[in-house]
Design a protein around this ligand. Structure first.
Ligand SMILES: C[S@@+](CC[C@H](N)C(=O)[O-])C[C@H]1O[C@@H](n2cnc3c(N)ncnc32)[C@H](O)[C@@H]1O
Length: 180
């Protein structure tokens, strides 16, 4: 079992920890995974995508660890903190089911890295959205690129990457897109 698929005991234990502790585990995991993903695609050209801009925390981290790349951010609404908002050219507002299928023109070519941080409290909604992402993202990402996120996005042509050392007790999922 990879670190991305915690056993049920771990999930039960997580429910006994405070919301603060869970938030810390989540943020530590995100930072470590984003750093690792940025390193994995260091030699691969292309922009990065942040799917689920939210408050802009992970977007802000991504653009700092890969300052040479363009980072495009997607969300249905803009509620990112001041200072964590992309400029107009790099912000795509709308439902992902509409914006992602037509995103290639906007971003100008396939990307090296995609971070999908779309999780909500509604598991059924998340599972359906993650399935849509797994069907849609292959058209946007280069061979050899990395896709990571907070929900499982299984594809036969994406190889699961073990989570790096230092992650918190929080599920995260990383994949490398097979070279064609
Ligand atoms: C967990 S939050 C993202 C947190 C953010 N990455 C951060 O670090 O601050 C998930 C975001 O995904 C967006 N989202 C979820 N489903 C969406 C959909 N179907 N279309 C567009 N945006 C969606 C929500 O509006 C929300 O802002």
């Amino acid at each position: 079992m990879t670190r991305g698929t915690p056993p049920m005991d771990a999930l039960r234990n997580r429910n006994n920890t405070s919301r603060l502790s869970r938030m810390i585990e989540r943020l530590v995991t995100q930072r470590v995974c984003l750093d690792h993903a940025a390193e994995l695609v260091r030699d691969l050209p292309g922009p990065a995508l942040e799917i689920g801009l939210g408050k802009g925390r992970t977007y802000d981290h991504l653009r700092r660890v890969m300052p040479e790349r363009e980072v495009f951010a997607f969300d249905r609404e803009l509620h990112a903190l001041p200072g964590c908002q992309p400029d107009e050219a790099h912000l795509v507002i709308g439902e992902l089911r509409q914006t992602l299928p037509e995103a290639l023109d906007r971003i100008g070519g396939r990307v090296a890295l995609i971070h999908a941080d779309i999780g909500s409290d509604d598991r059924a909604v998340d599972v359906a959205l993650a399935r849509f992402l797994a069907e849609t993202l292959p058209a946007l990402v280069r061979p050899g690129g990395v896709v990571l996120g907070d929900r499982v996005m299984p594809r036969a042509d994406w190889v699961p990457i073990p989570l790096p050392e230092g992650v918190g007790d929080w599920p995260y999922f990383m994949y490398q897109v097979l070279q064609s």
